[in-house]
Design a binder for this molecule. Structure first.
Ligand code: RBV
Length: 424
Protein backbone atom coordinates (compact mmCIF):
# COMPACT_ATOMS: atom_id res chain seq x y z
CA UNK A 1 0.00 0.00 0.00
CA UNK A 2 1.35 3.42 -0.85
CA UNK A 3 1.12 6.33 1.52
CA UNK A 4 0.27 9.72 0.07
CA UNK A 5 1.92 12.89 1.34
CA UNK A 6 -0.08 14.53 4.17
CA UNK A 7 -1.50 17.26 1.91
CA UNK A 8 -3.42 14.68 -0.10
CA UNK A 9 -4.95 13.18 3.03
CA UNK A 10 -6.28 16.38 4.64
CA UNK A 11 -9.70 17.87 3.97
CA UNK A 12 -8.48 21.40 4.80
CA UNK A 13 -4.81 21.56 3.77
CA UNK A 14 -4.74 25.35 3.31
CA UNK A 15 -5.97 26.10 6.82
CA UNK A 16 -3.68 23.47 8.32
CA UNK A 17 -0.71 24.86 6.42
CA UNK A 18 -1.36 28.31 7.85
CA UNK A 19 -1.60 27.23 11.47
CA UNK A 20 1.44 24.98 10.99
CA UNK A 21 3.40 27.87 9.52
CA UNK A 22 2.47 30.05 12.51
CA UNK A 23 3.81 27.40 14.92
CA UNK A 24 7.01 27.00 12.90
CA UNK A 25 7.59 30.76 12.74
CA UNK A 26 7.22 31.05 16.52
CA UNK A 27 9.71 28.23 17.08
CA UNK A 28 12.13 29.66 14.54
CA UNK A 29 12.18 33.03 16.34
CA UNK A 30 13.51 31.22 19.41
CA UNK A 31 16.05 28.98 17.69
CA UNK A 32 19.14 31.15 17.11
CA UNK A 33 21.45 28.17 16.56
CA UNK A 34 19.37 26.78 13.70
CA UNK A 35 19.07 30.35 12.32
CA UNK A 36 22.85 30.81 12.28
CA UNK A 37 23.40 27.42 10.65
CA UNK A 38 20.70 28.11 8.09
CA UNK A 39 22.46 31.29 7.07
CA UNK A 40 25.71 29.39 6.65
CA UNK A 41 24.03 26.51 4.78
CA UNK A 42 22.17 28.79 2.36
CA UNK A 43 25.50 30.17 1.28
CA UNK A 44 27.64 27.03 1.23
CA UNK A 45 24.99 24.42 0.19
CA UNK A 46 26.75 21.54 2.02
CA UNK A 47 23.96 19.05 1.23
CA UNK A 48 23.52 19.80 -2.46
CA UNK A 49 22.59 16.59 -4.25
CA UNK A 50 21.83 14.68 -1.02
CA UNK A 51 18.47 13.07 -0.26
CA UNK A 52 17.49 13.08 3.40
CA UNK A 53 15.11 10.54 4.93
CA UNK A 54 13.87 11.59 8.36
CA UNK A 55 11.68 9.89 11.00
CA UNK A 56 11.20 12.38 13.84
CA UNK A 57 8.48 13.89 16.02
CA UNK A 58 6.94 16.17 13.42
CA UNK A 59 6.17 19.32 15.36
CA UNK A 60 7.35 22.90 15.12
CA UNK A 61 10.98 22.65 16.24
CA UNK A 62 11.59 19.57 14.10
CA UNK A 63 10.16 21.55 11.19
CA UNK A 64 12.78 24.24 11.79
CA UNK A 65 15.51 21.58 11.60
CA UNK A 66 13.94 20.10 8.47
CA UNK A 67 13.83 23.46 6.74
CA UNK A 68 17.40 24.20 7.82
CA UNK A 69 18.56 20.98 6.15
CA UNK A 70 16.47 21.68 3.05
CA UNK A 71 18.07 25.15 2.88
CA UNK A 72 21.43 23.35 2.74
CA UNK A 73 20.47 21.96 -0.66
CA UNK A 74 18.99 18.58 0.29
CA UNK A 75 15.75 17.02 -0.93
CA UNK A 76 13.94 15.93 2.26
CA UNK A 77 11.31 13.27 2.92
CA UNK A 78 10.00 13.06 6.48
CA UNK A 79 7.57 11.04 8.60
CA UNK A 80 6.82 10.64 12.30
CA UNK A 81 8.66 8.47 14.83
CA UNK A 82 5.64 7.94 17.09
CA UNK A 83 2.00 7.39 16.10
CA UNK A 84 0.77 10.16 18.41
CA UNK A 85 3.40 12.91 18.26
CA UNK A 86 2.75 14.48 14.84
CA UNK A 87 1.13 17.89 14.54
CA UNK A 88 -0.80 17.56 11.27
CA UNK A 89 -0.70 21.29 10.62
CA UNK A 90 3.08 21.40 10.93
CA UNK A 91 3.31 18.34 8.69
CA UNK A 92 1.15 20.11 6.08
CA UNK A 93 3.24 23.30 6.25
CA UNK A 94 6.40 21.26 5.64
CA UNK A 95 4.83 19.36 2.78
CA UNK A 96 4.02 22.67 1.10
CA UNK A 97 7.74 23.38 0.68
CA UNK A 98 9.12 22.61 -2.75
CA UNK A 99 11.98 20.39 -1.63
CA UNK A 100 10.21 18.71 1.32
CA UNK A 101 7.69 15.85 1.29
CA UNK A 102 5.96 15.00 4.56
CA UNK A 103 4.09 11.76 5.20
CA UNK A 104 3.56 12.32 8.93
CA UNK A 105 0.05 12.18 10.37
CA UNK A 106 -1.19 11.95 13.96
CA UNK A 107 -3.16 8.94 15.19
CA UNK A 108 -1.99 6.37 12.65
CA UNK A 109 -2.12 2.64 13.40
CA UNK A 110 0.95 0.40 13.26
CA UNK A 111 0.50 -0.48 9.62
CA UNK A 112 0.07 3.13 8.50
CA UNK A 113 3.05 4.14 10.64
CA UNK A 114 5.37 1.66 8.91
CA UNK A 115 3.89 2.40 5.47
CA UNK A 116 4.86 6.03 5.96
CA UNK A 117 8.42 4.98 6.80
CA UNK A 118 8.41 2.93 3.58
CA UNK A 119 7.22 5.98 1.68
CA UNK A 120 10.21 7.97 2.99
CA UNK A 121 12.56 5.14 2.06
CA UNK A 122 11.13 5.11 -1.47
CA UNK A 123 12.93 8.47 -1.94
CA UNK A 124 16.18 6.47 -1.63
CA UNK A 125 17.81 8.59 1.06
CA UNK A 126 21.57 9.13 1.07
CA UNK A 127 21.47 10.36 4.69
CA UNK A 128 18.99 9.28 7.40
CA UNK A 129 17.92 11.14 10.54
CA UNK A 130 16.12 8.98 13.09
CA UNK A 131 14.58 9.35 16.52
CA UNK A 132 14.33 5.79 17.84
CA UNK A 133 16.03 3.98 14.92
CA UNK A 134 12.93 2.72 13.11
CA UNK A 135 14.19 3.97 9.73
CA UNK A 136 17.66 2.40 10.06
CA UNK A 137 15.94 -0.86 11.03
CA UNK A 138 13.53 -0.77 8.08
CA UNK A 139 16.36 -0.05 5.62
CA UNK A 140 18.50 -2.92 6.95
CA UNK A 141 15.60 -5.38 7.05
CA UNK A 142 13.77 -4.58 3.84
CA UNK A 143 15.99 -2.43 1.60
CA UNK A 144 19.60 -3.53 2.06
CA UNK A 145 20.26 -2.69 -1.60
CA UNK A 146 20.12 1.02 -0.62
CA UNK A 147 22.90 0.77 1.93
CA UNK A 148 25.77 1.21 -0.54
CA UNK A 149 24.53 4.64 -1.52
CA UNK A 150 23.86 5.81 2.07
CA UNK A 151 26.57 8.13 3.41
CA UNK A 152 25.36 7.76 6.99
CA UNK A 153 22.74 8.56 9.59
CA UNK A 154 22.11 10.48 12.79
CA UNK A 155 20.24 9.20 15.84
CA UNK A 156 18.47 11.60 18.20
CA UNK A 157 17.52 9.59 21.26
CA UNK A 158 18.83 7.30 24.03
CA UNK A 159 16.67 4.34 23.01
CA UNK A 160 17.75 4.62 19.38
CA UNK A 161 21.43 4.74 20.35
CA UNK A 162 20.94 1.66 22.56
CA UNK A 163 19.37 -0.23 19.68
CA UNK A 164 22.13 0.89 17.30
CA UNK A 165 24.91 -0.17 19.67
CA UNK A 166 23.25 -3.59 20.05
CA UNK A 167 23.04 -3.84 16.26
CA UNK A 168 26.67 -2.78 15.91
CA UNK A 169 27.78 -5.35 18.50
CA UNK A 170 26.05 -8.01 16.37
CA UNK A 171 27.94 -6.71 13.31
CA UNK A 172 24.59 -5.96 11.76
CA UNK A 173 24.91 -2.18 11.29
CA UNK A 174 26.10 -1.62 7.74
CA UNK A 175 26.42 2.15 7.55
CA UNK A 176 27.83 4.83 9.87
CA UNK A 177 25.49 6.50 12.36
CA UNK A 178 26.27 9.40 14.70
CA UNK A 179 25.06 9.03 18.30
CA UNK A 180 23.75 12.59 18.50
CA UNK A 181 22.01 11.73 21.78
CA UNK A 182 25.33 11.11 23.49
CA UNK A 183 26.79 14.59 23.00
CA UNK A 184 27.00 16.95 25.97
CA UNK A 185 24.92 19.55 24.11
CA UNK A 186 22.09 17.03 23.77
CA UNK A 187 22.21 15.01 26.95
CA UNK A 188 22.89 17.66 29.54
CA UNK A 189 20.09 19.89 28.29
CA UNK A 190 17.52 18.01 26.19
CA UNK A 191 17.41 14.84 28.28
CA UNK A 192 17.63 16.61 31.64
CA UNK A 193 15.80 19.92 31.26
CA UNK A 194 13.77 19.10 28.16
CA UNK A 195 12.30 15.83 29.40
CA UNK A 196 11.90 17.21 32.92
CA UNK A 197 10.03 20.36 31.94
CA UNK A 198 7.93 18.97 29.11
CA UNK A 199 6.83 15.77 30.88
CA UNK A 200 5.64 17.65 33.94
CA UNK A 201 3.97 20.29 31.76
CA UNK A 202 2.13 17.67 29.69
CA UNK A 203 0.92 15.82 32.80
CA UNK A 204 -0.23 19.06 34.42
CA UNK A 205 -2.05 20.23 31.29
CA UNK A 206 -3.71 16.85 30.79
CA UNK A 207 -4.97 16.54 34.37
CA UNK A 208 -5.07 20.11 35.74
CA UNK A 209 -3.74 18.64 39.01
CA UNK A 210 -1.08 20.17 41.21
CA UNK A 211 2.40 18.81 41.94
CA UNK A 212 2.66 20.41 45.36
CA UNK A 213 2.20 17.89 48.15
CA UNK A 214 2.21 14.90 45.80
CA UNK A 215 4.54 11.94 45.99
CA UNK A 216 6.10 11.45 42.57
CA UNK A 217 7.82 8.16 41.77
CA UNK A 218 10.47 8.51 39.06
CA UNK A 219 11.55 5.18 37.60
CA UNK A 220 15.12 5.38 36.31
CA UNK A 221 17.77 7.94 37.26
CA UNK A 222 19.52 8.40 33.92
CA UNK A 223 19.72 11.84 32.35
CA UNK A 224 15.94 11.96 31.75
CA UNK A 225 15.09 10.68 35.23
CA UNK A 226 17.39 13.27 36.81
CA UNK A 227 15.52 16.00 34.99
CA UNK A 228 12.09 14.73 35.93
CA UNK A 229 13.10 14.28 39.59
CA UNK A 230 14.69 17.73 39.80
CA UNK A 231 11.74 19.54 38.24
CA UNK A 232 9.19 17.61 40.33
CA UNK A 233 11.10 18.52 43.50
CA UNK A 234 11.16 22.11 42.22
CA UNK A 235 7.35 22.00 42.09
CA UNK A 236 7.23 20.99 45.78
CA UNK A 237 6.56 17.29 45.27
CA UNK A 238 8.12 14.55 47.40
CA UNK A 239 10.26 12.51 45.03
CA UNK A 240 10.96 8.78 45.18
CA UNK A 241 13.49 7.31 42.75
CA UNK A 242 13.68 3.65 41.71
CA UNK A 243 16.83 2.29 40.06
CA UNK A 244 18.63 -0.92 39.10
CA UNK A 245 22.14 0.60 39.00
CA UNK A 246 23.74 0.94 42.46
CA UNK A 247 25.73 4.09 41.61
CA UNK A 248 22.80 5.90 40.11
CA UNK A 249 20.69 4.86 43.09
CA UNK A 250 23.34 6.31 45.42
CA UNK A 251 23.51 9.49 43.40
CA UNK A 252 19.75 9.91 43.75
CA UNK A 253 20.02 9.23 47.48
CA UNK A 254 22.74 11.88 47.86
CA UNK A 255 20.60 14.35 45.94
CA UNK A 256 18.08 13.95 48.74
CA UNK A 257 15.47 11.75 47.07
CA UNK A 258 13.95 8.67 48.66
CA UNK A 259 15.33 5.59 46.95
CA UNK A 260 13.41 2.31 47.13
CA UNK A 261 12.32 -0.62 45.01
CA UNK A 262 9.26 -0.29 42.78
CA UNK A 263 7.59 -2.95 44.95
CA UNK A 264 7.74 -0.51 47.85
CA UNK A 265 7.22 2.67 45.87
CA UNK A 266 4.06 1.34 44.22
CA UNK A 267 2.11 1.79 47.45
CA UNK A 268 3.55 5.25 48.16
CA UNK A 269 3.22 7.19 44.93
CA UNK A 270 0.52 9.55 43.69
CA UNK A 271 2.16 9.99 40.29
CA UNK A 272 4.45 7.50 38.51
CA UNK A 273 6.73 8.58 35.66
CA UNK A 274 8.88 6.00 33.88
CA UNK A 275 12.13 7.07 32.20
CA UNK A 276 14.15 3.84 32.02
CA UNK A 277 14.03 2.95 28.31
CA UNK A 278 13.38 -0.66 29.36
CA UNK A 279 10.24 -2.79 29.39
CA UNK A 280 8.08 -4.02 32.29
CA UNK A 281 9.01 -1.38 34.84
CA UNK A 282 5.52 -1.13 36.35
CA UNK A 283 3.71 -4.46 36.21
CA UNK A 284 0.88 -6.62 37.57
CA UNK A 285 1.74 -6.70 41.28
CA UNK A 286 2.60 -3.00 41.38
CA UNK A 287 -0.84 -2.06 40.07
CA UNK A 288 -2.45 -4.09 42.83
CA UNK A 289 -0.66 -2.24 45.60
CA UNK A 290 -1.28 1.26 44.21
CA UNK A 291 -3.60 3.80 45.85
CA UNK A 292 -6.89 4.98 44.41
CA UNK A 293 -6.54 7.80 41.88
CA UNK A 294 -2.86 7.49 40.98
CA UNK A 295 -1.54 8.86 37.67
CA UNK A 296 0.68 6.72 35.45
CA UNK A 297 2.78 8.30 32.72
CA UNK A 298 5.73 7.23 30.61
CA UNK A 299 8.51 9.56 29.45
CA UNK A 300 10.63 6.88 27.74
CA UNK A 301 10.73 6.56 23.95
CA UNK A 302 8.59 3.40 23.62
CA UNK A 303 5.32 2.40 25.29
CA UNK A 304 6.78 -0.70 26.95
CA UNK A 305 7.55 0.58 30.45
CA UNK A 306 4.05 0.35 31.94
CA UNK A 307 2.52 -3.11 31.34
CA UNK A 308 -0.85 -2.01 30.00
CA UNK A 309 -1.85 -5.55 29.00
CA UNK A 310 -1.53 -6.66 32.61
CA UNK A 311 -3.44 -3.59 33.74
CA UNK A 312 -6.23 -4.26 31.25
CA UNK A 313 -6.44 -7.87 32.50
CA UNK A 314 -6.68 -6.72 36.09
CA UNK A 315 -9.31 -4.07 35.43
CA UNK A 316 -12.99 -4.70 36.07
CA UNK A 317 -13.84 -1.74 33.87
CA UNK A 318 -12.19 1.12 32.03
CA UNK A 319 -13.37 4.51 30.78
CA UNK A 320 -12.05 7.84 29.57
CA UNK A 321 -11.97 9.89 32.78
CA UNK A 322 -11.15 13.06 30.83
CA UNK A 323 -9.59 13.60 27.41
CA UNK A 324 -6.22 11.86 27.34
CA UNK A 325 -6.76 10.03 30.64
CA UNK A 326 -7.84 6.37 30.67
CA UNK A 327 -9.09 5.15 34.03
CA UNK A 328 -8.79 1.45 34.95
CA UNK A 329 -10.92 0.34 37.91
CA UNK A 330 -9.58 -2.71 39.72
CA UNK A 331 -11.64 -5.20 41.74
CA UNK A 332 -10.42 -3.59 44.97
CA UNK A 333 -12.24 -0.43 43.84
CA UNK A 334 -9.04 1.54 43.14
CA UNK A 335 -8.90 3.60 39.98
CA UNK A 336 -5.57 3.97 38.17
CA UNK A 337 -5.26 6.66 35.50
CA UNK A 338 -3.01 6.15 32.49
CA UNK A 339 -2.00 9.19 30.44
CA UNK A 340 -1.38 9.21 26.67
CA UNK A 341 -1.88 5.44 26.36
CA UNK A 342 1.50 4.92 28.06
CA UNK A 343 3.30 6.57 25.14
CA UNK A 344 5.92 9.24 25.79
CA UNK A 345 3.78 11.76 27.58
CA UNK A 346 5.58 14.96 26.62
CA UNK A 347 4.91 14.35 22.93
CA UNK A 348 1.90 12.03 22.78
CA UNK A 349 -0.51 13.63 25.28
CA UNK A 350 -3.46 15.51 23.79
CA UNK A 351 -1.84 18.87 24.41
CA UNK A 352 1.78 17.89 23.84
CA UNK A 353 4.31 20.35 22.57
CA UNK A 354 7.46 18.30 23.02
CA UNK A 355 10.54 19.75 24.66
CA UNK A 356 10.87 23.52 25.03
CA UNK A 357 12.03 25.28 21.89
CA UNK A 358 15.41 26.54 23.17
CA UNK A 359 16.41 23.03 24.21
CA UNK A 360 15.48 21.58 20.82
CA UNK A 361 17.51 24.33 19.15
CA UNK A 362 20.59 22.87 20.83
CA UNK A 363 19.78 19.25 19.99
CA UNK A 364 18.87 20.09 16.43
CA UNK A 365 21.93 22.29 16.08
CA UNK A 366 24.00 19.19 16.82
CA UNK A 367 21.85 17.24 14.34
CA UNK A 368 22.39 19.85 11.64
CA UNK A 369 26.19 19.94 11.94
CA UNK A 370 26.29 16.13 12.17
CA UNK A 371 24.37 15.88 8.89
CA UNK A 372 26.71 18.50 7.40
CA UNK A 373 29.65 16.31 8.51
CA UNK A 374 28.14 13.24 6.83
CA UNK A 375 27.76 15.22 3.61
CA UNK A 376 31.43 16.16 3.78
CA UNK A 377 33.38 13.19 5.20
CA UNK A 378 33.29 9.43 4.76
CA UNK A 379 32.91 7.29 7.88
CA UNK A 380 33.15 3.53 8.39
CA UNK A 381 29.96 1.56 9.18
CA UNK A 382 29.07 1.48 12.90
CA UNK A 383 28.05 3.86 15.68
CA UNK A 384 30.23 6.99 15.92
CA UNK A 385 30.51 9.69 18.54
CA UNK A 386 29.84 13.13 17.12
CA UNK A 387 33.25 14.87 16.80
CA UNK A 388 33.68 17.02 19.89
CA UNK A 389 34.53 20.17 17.92
CA UNK A 390 31.07 20.03 16.34
CA UNK A 391 29.43 19.93 19.77
CA UNK A 392 31.59 22.88 20.91
CA UNK A 393 30.65 24.77 17.77
CA UNK A 394 26.99 24.56 18.80
CA UNK A 395 27.76 25.69 22.36
CA UNK A 396 29.71 28.66 21.00
CA UNK A 397 26.89 29.73 18.68
CA UNK A 398 24.44 29.55 21.58
CA UNK A 399 26.66 31.56 23.95
CA UNK A 400 27.13 34.12 21.23
CA UNK A 401 23.36 34.37 20.69
CA UNK A 402 22.89 34.87 24.44
CA UNK A 403 25.58 37.55 24.46
CA UNK A 404 27.68 35.63 27.01
CA UNK A 405 31.46 35.97 27.03
CA UNK A 406 33.65 33.24 28.46
CA UNK A 407 37.33 33.19 29.37
CA UNK A 408 40.10 31.87 27.17
CA UNK A 409 43.06 29.87 28.41
CA UNK A 410 46.37 31.74 28.35
CA UNK A 411 49.35 30.02 26.76
CA UNK A 412 50.83 29.35 30.21
CA UNK A 413 47.56 27.75 31.34
CA UNK A 414 47.39 25.53 28.26
CA UNK A 415 51.01 24.45 28.79
CA UNK A 416 50.35 23.75 32.47
CA UNK A 417 47.31 21.59 31.75
CA UNK A 418 49.32 19.63 29.19
CA UNK A 419 52.35 18.99 31.40
CA UNK A 420 53.08 16.34 34.03
CA UNK A 421 56.36 17.58 35.54
CA UNK A 422 55.00 19.96 38.15
CA UNK A 423 54.15 18.93 41.69
CA UNK A 424 53.84 20.42 45.17
N1 RBV B 1 12.08 15.45 21.32
N2 RBV B 1 11.67 16.11 20.26
C1 RBV B 1 10.86 17.04 20.68
N3 RBV B 1 10.48 17.94 18.54
O1 RBV B 1 9.52 18.84 20.30
N4 RBV B 1 10.73 16.98 21.98
C2 RBV B 1 11.50 15.97 22.40
C3 RBV B 1 10.23 18.00 19.83
C4 RBV B 1 13.02 14.37 21.21
C5 RBV B 1 14.10 14.39 22.30
O2 RBV B 1 15.29 14.86 21.76
C6 RBV B 1 14.19 12.92 22.74
O3 RBV B 1 15.50 12.44 22.66
C7 RBV B 1 13.27 12.21 21.81
O4 RBV B 1 12.33 13.17 21.37
C8 RBV B 1 12.53 11.01 22.37
O5 RBV B 1 11.80 10.39 21.35
Amino acid sequence: MTTEPITDRLSDPTEKRESGRQKIDWAREHMPICAALREEFEETQPLAGERLGMAMHVEATTAVLTETLAAAGAEVAITGCNPLSTHDDVSAALDAQETITSYAERGVDDEEYYNAIEAVISHEPTITVDDGMDMVAAIHEDHPELIDSIRGGCEETTTGVHRLRAMDADDALDYPVFAVNDTPMKRLFDNVHGTGESSLAAIAMTTNLSWAGKTVVVAGYGFCGRGVAKKAAGQNAQVIVTEVDPRRALEAHMEGYDVMSMDEAAAEGDVFITTTGDRDVITHDHFQSMQDGVLLANAGHFDVEIDLDALADLAESTREARPGVREYELDNGNRLNVLAEGRLVNLAALIALGHPVEVMDQSFGVQAVSVRELGDQTYEPGVHDVPDELDREIAEIKLDAEGREIDELTEAQTDYMGSWDHGT
